[in-house]
Design a protein around this ligand. Structure first.
Ligand SMILES: Cc1cc2nc3c(=O)[nH]c(=O)nc-3n(C[C@H](O)[C@H](O)[C@H](O)COP(=O)(O)OP(=O)(O)OC[C@H]3O[C@@H](n4cnc5c(N)ncnc54)[C@H](O)[C@@H]3O)c2cc1C
Length: 607
């Protein structure tokens, strides 16, 4: 088939959010888009699966964006179909629900007094005796929050999502992802919540979100209908096998339909949202070996959902729950009726989605659907979330390449790929896997809008769409500290440079942390000693200890005095700890400076 008349024709690979956005934008501008989607339905990872009338997502898809143009685009297309949904998502750990984002009072009540004391002691221990080395996630988190909090709220879920031990994940990921969480702030927010959480647009996004009545797929099904009305039907079940190139231009593509029939389409432009690794392998003639090898080094994390239909309407009120319990493999559980009641055809039932983070070809990925449904039933029943006997149906959806992985070297790989594709101006790489970017729908759509405008003569850099941090999860999060467009995913621990090693060995003490830790210990010791004496009772109880009143105004051997004493003890300990840390830091800095000068290393390179 050849290009039609004088109209510019653009072949689009993929009918996900990016491909369909590009198609509609081009069609509105008078360019002829022709979309090929290998799946049976549109929407890509943002599709909504329909199983016997039950609709569910590949992971719940909230519609939130800071990009006005995208927000307006969504509203223009589905305005009256959008629901504003309240958000509830909690962490499930050891049979208890913890608010997410974590709230200190709720966490304290859940873990109980005894465990809270242990958490406090493990925090104090970590502050007083931090790990000197801080190379991996476990060391980084434990140094800041203590071992017990690390095990409760960081270890299991992170390991489930990324399939790596926390000791294998580099500390820099934690440093950038968890930097806004701090126990001091958390304690203050418990005492004075209003002080720290002004109600702004971001907190609003945390509490509620937009969601199409029939799931995210409704958006992409509607766009497909609009394209069809405009004379540009989306070609489903058409796999793009080859992209043809002639010198510095692509000339067309070859597609294969479900019957195995191949057809070639000529095009003036090609927009690709297919995984960039596969794109380079589909180029004819092939790219230079260096770029092809770089593409083949890109890695992905895969995902599967077990959907269960349950004969009950009262399961849990959350949209989704993070499962931190280490004794089950499931990572997250969605309750689709809480996203939108219109997703459930039979109102006497519920539909939940159990999410497993997997690797294509691993034990879970290759298990049969029946085995996975049984596993899902068993695990949710073990967690006490459903009664397994009430599960009346189930279905499994496998999603390859759900997450592009940013491992060490991925940036160099992308650079090498770009050296090749940048030489082909009418080939446009956009979208999540199309650019190997950890994008949400909105940023995938922006790359599509830019590519469409470039075809019309603009000069946007589609690789420079900035992906901010997860502002929807943490109020007050700042712009990404990584490269433009980078949303961090974990990287493996690497060997440190000599300077990093020296900095590790001579790591500085945090004066506030050490002061806080010693303050808590002394304050607690004064309280405990006074309390023991009071409980023992008797005449002239605690005469010697009462002498502390000479130094701690208001202290005596009484319950009120125990509180006053713990306050003064805390303050005294804080000063001791603070001064000690500063003194150690100064001494160590002087010695380290001397050492580096002797080794001929510049002082300026110290971190
Ligand atoms: C668990 C999870 C939860 C998420 N939650 C949210 C959320 O809450 N909000 C949000 O906005 N985003 C969310 N996202 C991200 C969102 O799913 C993606 O950003 C979005 O789908 C990317 O769109 P895309 O078009 O770039 O790529 P995709 O959605 O991957 O679409 C690419 C399409 O190309 C097709 N294709 C690939 N190769 C070929 C080929 N050779 N020939 C023909 N067709 C091909 C694929 O079948 C697919 O349909 C989530 C993602 C995951 C994994």
């Amino acid at each position: 088939m050849s290009s039609t008349g004088s109209k510019v024709r653009c072949a689009i690979i993929g009918g996900g959010p990016a491909g369909l956005t590009a198609a509609l934008e081009l069609s509105r501008a008078g360019v002829e888009p022709i979309v090929f989607e290998m799946d049976r339905q549109v929407g890509g990872i943002s599709r909504t699966v329909d199983y016997k009338g039950y609709r569910f997502d590949i992971g719940g898809h909230r519609f939130f964006t800071k990009v006005d143009r995208v927000h307006n685009w969504w509203m223009d297309i589905l305005s009256e179909e959008f629901l504003v949904r309240p958000r509830l998502s909690r962490i499930y750990y050891q049979g208890k629900f913890f608010d997410y984002p974590l709230k200190p009072m709720n966490a304290l009540l859940n873990v109980g007094f005894f465990e809270s004391v242990l958490v406090g002691l493990s925090y104090v221990k970590a502050q007083a005796f931090p790990s000197r080395e801080e190379k991996n996630l476990e060391q980084w988190v434990t140094n800041r929050f203590g071992k017990r909090l690390f095990e409760m709220f960081f270890k299991t879920y992170t390991e489930k999502v990324w399939g790596m031990k926390c000791t294998e994940i580099g500390a820099d990921w934690a440093a950038q992802r968890i930097k806004n969480l701090n126990l001091g702030k958390a304690a203050l927010s418990m005492l004075a919540p209003k002080l720290l959480t002004g109600k702004n647009q971001i907190t609003t996004l945390i509490e509620e979100f937009y969601y199409p009545r029939l799931g995210p797929g409704q958006m992409w099904e509607r766009v497909t209908d609009m394209l069809e009305e405009r004379g540009h039907p989306v070609h489903l079940e058409h796999w793009v096998k080859t992209i043809h190139r002639d010198g510095e231009r692509v000339t067309g593509i070859t597609v294969v339909d479900v019957n195995g029939k191949e057809e070639r389409f000529d095009a003036d432009h090609v927009i690709s949202t297919m995984p960039v690794r596969e794109l380079l392998n589909a180029m004819d003639p092939p790219p230079p070996a260096a770029s092809l090898e770089a593409a083949n080094r890109l890695r992905y994390r895969d995902f599967l959902t077990v959907g269960l239909v349950v004969e009950s309407t009262e399961l849990f009120p959350d949209n989704w729950i993070y499962i931190h319990s280490p004794d089950v493999k499931v990572g997250r559980i969605q309750n689709f009726g809480n996203w939108s009641p219109y997703m459930i055809p039979d109102k006497s039932t519920s539909c939940i989605g159990l999410e497993y983070f997997v690797q294509e070809g691993d034990e879970l990925w290759t298990a049969s659907d029946e085995e996975l449904i049984e596993l899902g039933k068993k695990e949710t029943a073990r967690l006490g979330l459903i009664d397994a006997d009430k599960v009346i149906d189930g279905v499994v959806i496998r999603v390859p390449k759900a997450y592009p992985v940013y491992d060490h070297g991925y940036k160099e790989n992308i650079d090498s790929i770009r050296e090749y594709v940048d030489q082909i101006p009418n080939l446009h790489l956009i979208g999540r896997n199309g650019q190997h970017r950890y994008n949400n729908q909105d940023h995938s759509m922006v790359t599509a809008m830019y590519a469409a405008e470039n075809i019309l003569g603009a000069n946007h850099d589609v690789w420079d769409v900035n992906v901010e941090e997860e502002y929807h999860e943490e109020a007050g999060a700042k712009k990404s500290h990584g490269a433009s467009g980078e949303r961090l995913v974990p990287q493996r621990v690497q060997d440190a440079s000599p300077i990093e090693l020296l900095n590790d060995v001579f790591a500085k003490y945090d004066p506030v942390a050490l002061g806080g830790a010693i303050g808590v210990m002394i304050g607690f010791a004064v309280f405990l000693t006074t309390a023991i004496l009071l409980v023992q009772g008797g005449e002239n109880v605690g005469e010697t200890l009462a002498l502390l009143g000479n130094y701690f105004p208001g202290y005596d051997i009484s319950w009120a005095g125990s509180l006053v004493g713990s306050f003064w003890g805390g303050a005294f300990g804080f000063v001791i700890g603070f001064v000690t840390a500063v003194a150690i830091n100064v001494t160590v800095s002087i010695h380290l400076g001397k050492l580096l000068r002797r080794l001929g290393v510049l002082e300026g390179s110290l971190g």
